[in-house]
Design a protein around this ligand. Sequence first.
Ligand code: GTP
Ligand code: MG
Length: 149
Amino acid sequence: VEETYIMVKPDGVQRGLVGEIISRFERKGFKMTGLKLFQCPKELAEEHYKDLSAKPFFPKLIDYITSGPVVCMAWEGVGVVVSARKLIGATNPLQAEPGTIRGDLAVQTGRNVVHGSDSSENGKREIALWFKEGELCQWTPAQAPWLQE
Ligand code: GTP
Ligand code: MG
């Protein structure tokens, strides 16, 4: 089964959107396997976004992600990487469709409230980066037979 790393960014936490964002993934039918409120150190933010280190906005991005606590989440399910990116919406919230998290709740790329892994490989990499082994839970939701035949 596929897994993805979802993170409520500091603006989402400051704006009181944590419950709303968790709720969208829960209601879709994905399984949460990890959850914590966390103040991200600069080195971890740089490692997480290392592919963007040459971009002009990189220093601002690192300041943003480390500006307050984030909510780290691991989610599991069939097709969860692509589906989560659809639920999240386009990087620029002004281009994100209504009904998506960014389309409904944000207005600017630099304050786009949530992160989602862009590939199955990065999902694994990011979960390993943000969580220690004992912080993840394997469990079977009672609703499992009602989500998949
Ligand atoms: P993530 O799920 O956070 O990885 O976003 P994404 O996959 O939709 O976009 P991408 O990985 O290309 O960029 C990562 C993050 O960097 C974005 O979500 C923004 O927060 C930030 N970012 C990207 N482009 C810009 C930009 O042009 N200006 C600013 N200020 N921030 C940007
Ligand atoms: Mg990305």
